[in-house]
Design a binder for this molecule. Structure first.
Ligand code: URA
Length: 223
Protein backbone atom coordinates (compact mmCIF):
# COMPACT_ATOMS: atom_id res chain seq x y z
CA UNK A 1 0.00 0.00 0.00
CA UNK A 2 1.20 3.48 -0.84
CA UNK A 3 2.26 5.63 2.09
CA UNK A 4 -0.43 8.19 1.21
CA UNK A 5 -3.15 5.55 1.37
CA UNK A 6 -1.87 4.35 4.75
CA UNK A 7 -2.02 7.90 6.13
CA UNK A 8 -5.59 8.28 4.84
CA UNK A 9 -6.64 5.00 6.47
CA UNK A 10 -5.15 5.95 9.82
CA UNK A 11 -6.93 9.33 9.60
CA UNK A 12 -10.22 7.61 9.05
CA UNK A 13 -9.45 5.42 12.05
CA UNK A 14 -10.96 2.12 13.02
CA UNK A 15 -14.73 2.03 13.08
CA UNK A 16 -16.01 2.84 16.60
CA UNK A 17 -16.93 -0.32 18.49
CA UNK A 18 -20.64 -0.31 19.34
CA UNK A 19 -21.40 1.24 22.76
CA UNK A 20 -22.10 -1.41 25.40
CA UNK A 21 -25.84 -1.68 26.04
CA UNK A 22 -26.88 0.46 29.04
CA UNK A 23 -28.17 -1.64 31.94
CA UNK A 24 -31.97 -1.84 32.01
CA UNK A 25 -33.57 0.75 34.27
CA UNK A 26 -35.27 -0.63 37.35
CA UNK A 27 -39.04 -0.98 36.87
CA UNK A 28 -39.95 1.62 39.53
CA UNK A 29 -38.10 4.22 37.45
CA UNK A 30 -40.14 3.47 34.39
CA UNK A 31 -43.54 2.85 36.01
CA UNK A 32 -45.92 5.26 34.32
CA UNK A 33 -48.81 5.21 36.78
CA UNK A 34 -49.34 4.86 40.51
CA UNK A 35 -51.28 1.64 39.86
CA UNK A 36 -48.29 0.15 38.06
CA UNK A 37 -46.01 1.25 40.89
CA UNK A 38 -48.39 -0.20 43.47
CA UNK A 39 -48.24 -3.59 41.74
CA UNK A 40 -44.43 -3.48 41.89
CA UNK A 41 -44.44 -2.52 45.55
CA UNK A 42 -46.94 -5.28 46.27
CA UNK A 43 -44.53 -7.85 44.84
CA UNK A 44 -41.43 -6.38 46.50
CA UNK A 45 -39.03 -8.55 48.49
CA UNK A 46 -36.13 -6.10 48.57
CA UNK A 47 -35.86 -6.25 52.36
CA UNK A 48 -36.87 -8.47 55.28
CA UNK A 49 -39.96 -6.44 56.24
CA UNK A 50 -42.39 -8.01 53.76
CA UNK A 51 -41.87 -11.46 55.29
CA UNK A 52 -42.93 -10.17 58.70
CA UNK A 53 -45.97 -8.04 57.83
CA UNK A 54 -49.51 -8.79 56.73
CA UNK A 55 -50.25 -6.10 54.17
CA UNK A 56 -48.21 -3.72 52.06
CA UNK A 57 -49.30 -0.14 52.71
CA UNK A 58 -48.64 1.69 49.46
CA UNK A 59 -50.29 4.96 50.47
CA UNK A 60 -53.52 6.51 49.32
CA UNK A 61 -55.15 9.68 48.11
CA UNK A 62 -55.27 12.02 45.17
CA UNK A 63 -52.83 10.81 42.47
CA UNK A 64 -52.38 14.45 41.43
CA UNK A 65 -52.21 15.91 44.92
CA UNK A 66 -50.44 19.24 45.33
CA UNK A 67 -49.83 18.29 48.96
CA UNK A 68 -48.31 15.01 50.08
CA UNK A 69 -47.82 13.84 53.67
CA UNK A 70 -45.08 11.33 54.42
CA UNK A 71 -44.95 9.32 57.63
CA UNK A 72 -42.58 6.68 58.87
CA UNK A 73 -44.10 3.29 58.20
CA UNK A 74 -47.25 1.31 58.88
CA UNK A 75 -48.20 0.39 62.44
CA UNK A 76 -50.47 -2.44 63.51
CA UNK A 77 -53.77 -0.90 62.37
CA UNK A 78 -52.28 0.09 59.00
CA UNK A 79 -50.82 -3.40 58.56
CA UNK A 80 -54.25 -4.91 59.21
CA UNK A 81 -56.13 -2.57 56.89
CA UNK A 82 -53.50 -1.95 54.20
CA UNK A 83 -54.07 1.82 54.52
CA UNK A 84 -51.83 4.57 55.91
CA UNK A 85 -52.58 6.46 59.12
CA UNK A 86 -55.72 4.66 60.22
CA UNK A 87 -54.73 3.99 63.87
CA UNK A 88 -54.54 6.41 66.79
CA UNK A 89 -51.89 8.60 65.13
CA UNK A 90 -54.03 8.58 61.99
CA UNK A 91 -57.06 9.80 63.92
CA UNK A 92 -54.99 12.71 65.20
CA UNK A 93 -53.76 13.43 61.68
CA UNK A 94 -57.39 13.42 60.49
CA UNK A 95 -58.21 15.97 63.21
CA UNK A 96 -55.32 18.21 62.14
CA UNK A 97 -56.38 18.04 58.48
CA UNK A 98 -60.02 18.70 59.35
CA UNK A 99 -59.06 21.69 61.53
CA UNK A 100 -57.04 23.03 58.59
CA UNK A 101 -59.99 22.53 56.25
CA UNK A 102 -58.11 19.95 54.18
CA UNK A 103 -59.93 16.84 52.98
CA UNK A 104 -58.00 13.62 53.36
CA UNK A 105 -59.01 12.66 49.83
CA UNK A 106 -57.44 15.76 48.28
CA UNK A 107 -53.92 14.97 49.52
CA UNK A 108 -51.75 11.89 49.14
CA UNK A 109 -50.66 10.13 52.33
CA UNK A 110 -47.70 7.78 52.26
CA UNK A 111 -44.80 6.50 54.29
CA UNK A 112 -41.06 6.05 54.01
CA UNK A 113 -41.38 2.25 54.29
CA UNK A 114 -44.40 0.41 52.98
CA UNK A 115 -44.25 -2.64 55.27
CA UNK A 116 -44.69 -2.69 59.04
CA UNK A 117 -41.46 -3.14 60.99
CA UNK A 118 -41.91 -5.86 63.62
CA UNK A 119 -43.05 -4.63 67.01
CA UNK A 120 -43.38 -1.10 65.60
CA UNK A 121 -39.64 -0.56 65.77
CA UNK A 122 -38.07 2.15 63.61
CA UNK A 123 -37.20 0.96 60.11
CA UNK A 124 -33.49 0.08 59.86
CA UNK A 125 -31.24 2.05 57.49
CA UNK A 126 -31.04 -0.80 54.96
CA UNK A 127 -34.85 -1.11 54.97
CA UNK A 128 -35.19 2.63 54.32
CA UNK A 129 -32.62 2.36 51.53
CA UNK A 130 -34.47 -0.55 49.93
CA UNK A 131 -37.85 1.22 50.03
CA UNK A 132 -36.70 4.73 49.18
CA UNK A 133 -36.93 4.32 45.38
CA UNK A 134 -40.66 3.67 45.77
CA UNK A 135 -41.13 6.93 47.66
CA UNK A 136 -39.09 8.73 45.00
CA UNK A 137 -41.23 7.13 42.29
CA UNK A 138 -44.39 8.25 44.11
CA UNK A 139 -43.04 11.81 44.19
CA UNK A 140 -42.16 11.62 40.47
CA UNK A 141 -45.65 10.41 39.52
CA UNK A 142 -47.74 12.56 41.88
CA UNK A 143 -45.57 15.70 41.50
CA UNK A 144 -46.78 17.47 44.66
CA UNK A 145 -45.75 21.07 45.21
CA UNK A 146 -45.59 20.65 48.97
CA UNK A 147 -44.48 17.72 51.09
CA UNK A 148 -45.02 17.54 54.84
CA UNK A 149 -42.56 15.24 56.58
CA UNK A 150 -44.30 13.75 59.59
CA UNK A 151 -41.47 13.04 61.99
CA UNK A 152 -37.73 12.67 61.98
CA UNK A 153 -37.43 9.65 59.69
CA UNK A 154 -39.34 11.26 56.82
CA UNK A 155 -37.37 14.49 57.22
CA UNK A 156 -34.06 12.63 57.35
CA UNK A 157 -35.03 10.62 54.27
CA UNK A 158 -36.29 13.51 52.15
CA UNK A 159 -34.22 16.44 53.42
CA UNK A 160 -30.96 15.36 55.03
CA UNK A 161 -29.89 12.46 57.25
CA UNK A 162 -28.58 14.99 59.77
CA UNK A 163 -31.98 16.65 60.36
CA UNK A 164 -32.96 16.97 64.01
CA UNK A 165 -36.69 17.38 64.01
CA UNK A 166 -36.87 19.33 67.28
CA UNK A 167 -34.52 21.94 65.87
CA UNK A 168 -35.64 22.03 62.25
CA UNK A 169 -39.39 21.57 62.32
CA UNK A 170 -41.37 24.50 61.04
CA UNK A 171 -38.69 25.66 58.59
CA UNK A 172 -39.35 25.31 54.88
CA UNK A 173 -36.75 23.48 52.83
CA UNK A 174 -36.63 23.73 49.02
CA UNK A 175 -35.22 20.59 47.45
CA UNK A 176 -35.56 18.94 44.04
CA UNK A 177 -38.39 21.29 43.11
CA UNK A 178 -40.34 20.48 46.27
CA UNK A 179 -41.29 22.70 49.16
CA UNK A 180 -40.78 20.54 52.22
CA UNK A 181 -42.10 21.22 55.71
CA UNK A 182 -40.71 19.04 58.50
CA UNK A 183 -42.92 18.69 61.56
CA UNK A 184 -43.46 16.31 64.45
CA UNK A 185 -45.06 12.92 63.89
CA UNK A 186 -48.67 12.72 65.14
CA UNK A 187 -47.65 9.81 67.42
CA UNK A 188 -45.26 12.23 69.17
CA UNK A 189 -48.26 14.49 69.87
CA UNK A 190 -50.07 11.60 71.50
CA UNK A 191 -47.13 11.11 73.84
CA UNK A 192 -46.51 14.83 74.42
CA UNK A 193 -49.55 17.12 73.86
CA UNK A 194 -47.33 20.23 74.21
CA UNK A 195 -46.21 19.47 70.64
CA UNK A 196 -49.73 20.15 69.31
CA UNK A 197 -49.22 23.89 69.22
CA UNK A 198 -46.00 23.84 67.09
CA UNK A 199 -47.53 21.28 64.75
CA UNK A 200 -50.60 23.45 64.33
CA UNK A 201 -48.34 26.42 63.52
CA UNK A 202 -46.53 24.28 60.93
CA UNK A 203 -49.82 23.27 59.33
CA UNK A 204 -50.91 26.91 59.19
CA UNK A 205 -47.71 27.67 57.27
CA UNK A 206 -48.46 24.73 54.96
CA UNK A 207 -52.02 25.87 54.48
CA UNK A 208 -50.87 29.35 53.51
CA UNK A 209 -48.65 28.01 50.72
CA UNK A 210 -51.12 25.32 49.72
CA UNK A 211 -54.10 27.60 49.37
CA UNK A 212 -51.95 30.47 48.15
CA UNK A 213 -53.40 32.96 50.59
CA UNK A 214 -52.55 34.30 53.98
CA UNK A 215 -53.98 32.41 56.90
CA UNK A 216 -54.92 34.32 60.02
CA UNK A 217 -52.96 32.75 62.87
CA UNK A 218 -55.39 30.69 64.80
CA UNK A 219 -55.22 29.45 68.32
CA UNK A 220 -54.55 25.73 68.51
CA UNK A 221 -57.83 23.97 67.88
CA UNK A 222 -58.89 21.10 70.12
CA UNK A 223 -57.02 18.34 68.32
N1 URA B 1 -47.38 6.00 61.60
C1 URA B 1 -46.79 6.23 60.41
O1 URA B 1 -45.70 6.76 60.34
N2 URA B 1 -47.44 5.87 59.32
C2 URA B 1 -48.64 5.30 59.34
O2 URA B 1 -49.16 4.99 58.29
C3 URA B 1 -49.23 5.09 60.60
C4 URA B 1 -48.59 5.43 61.71
Amino acid sequence: MEKEELVQLSLLGEPEPPAPPSPPRPPWETAGTLEELERLVGACRRCRLRAGCRRVVFGEGNPQAALMLVGEGPGQAEDEQGRPFVGAAGQLLNNILAAAGIERSEVFIGNVVKCRPPGNRLPLPDEVKACRPYLEAQLRLIRPRIVVCLGALAAQTLIDPAVRITRERGRWVEKDGLLIMPTFHPAALLRDPSKKRPVWQDFQAVLERYRGKEVTPDKTPGL
